[in-house]
Design a binder for this molecule. Structure first.
Ligand SMILES: [Zn+2]
Length: 145
């Protein structure tokens, strides 16, 4: 894993946890404006997930790092993003697997899990690097994804 400085997110919580992961996945953007990106191609995504909260669970965790890996890496690594029709769509732009949407979906999946935890942590940022020169930062707004 390369060492990397990530953009900081301002939040009011006492604890902040960051989980890095790398996902090899393919996608295509089903829109003529996408140009070459409309063709099936692959990326090695570098993902950083930021979780924050004021309370820890019974184990002293905000959330178990392994759980985050299980939620995201196990689900998407070595897959075609477009095949995950429960997450992405090939007809609705807001659900195309662009880097922006991939970042938002990761935040939504993580937050849905965090909502089941008694200490109720919050996903405050998802960073997705698609290539050495391109990345997206998604920050959920309070009260909505
Ligand atoms: Zn791409």
């Amino acid at each position: 894993m390369i060492q990397q400085i990530y953009p900081q997110v301002i939040h009011p919580f006492r604890y902040e946890l960051n989980k890095d992961m790398q996902i090899a996945a393919a996608h295509f953007i089903p829109h003529e404006a996408a140009g070459q990106c409309a063709n099936l191609h692959g990326h090695t995504y570098f993902i950083n997930i930021t979780v924050a909260g004021d309370e820890l669970d019974d184990s002293g965790f905000l959330i178990n790092f392994q759980q985050l890996k299980k939620l995201i890496h196990n689900r998407f690594d070595h897959t075609l993003m477009n095949d995950h029709t429960d997450v992405f769509s090939n007809t609705q732009a807001e659900h195309f697997p662009t880097t922006e949407v991939v970042a938002r979906k990761i935040a939504e999946i993580v937050q849905a899990h965090l909502d089941t935890l008694p200490n109720r942590p919050t996903c405050v940022q998802v960073f997705v690097r698609e290539s050495p020169t391109s990345y997206v930062v998604y920050r959920p707004k309070a009260g909505k994804q």
